[in-house]
Design a protein. Sequence first.
Length: 140
Amino acid sequence: MANSWINAAIRLDFTLNLACPDGYEPQGDILEIAKGRENIILTNDPILAIKDAHVVNTDVWVSMGQEEEAQKKRQVFSSYQVNEALLRHARDDVIVMHCLPAHREEEITDEVIEGPHSVVFEQAENKLHLHKAVLEAFLT
């Protein structure tokens, strides 16, 4: 997910603040491309990353096939949870996104995913329509 956001920030020239724990930064070529770009800020501080943000996006901490790393990742990522306390550092009109499926109370709390700033379910609906369009393009 971080790689996609970095690519988007490069092409569309918006400011991207990306918070990652030590050792979990984007890897390889994408990180090299991002280095030196003023619009891409990589930090280990989630509060700094979210400061005055218009949009906050999170993703699962443990992907399918990484279950053996789950406990370690929960510990390492715990201060990166998108919760009400963290959102207080963003803009009042911030929107919150998550590409789903979410592990509630891990990377995002129930109060945020169900709250007034969340566009998570609208995002999922839009993704559904995008997938349908791609399928139609390939089938015709």
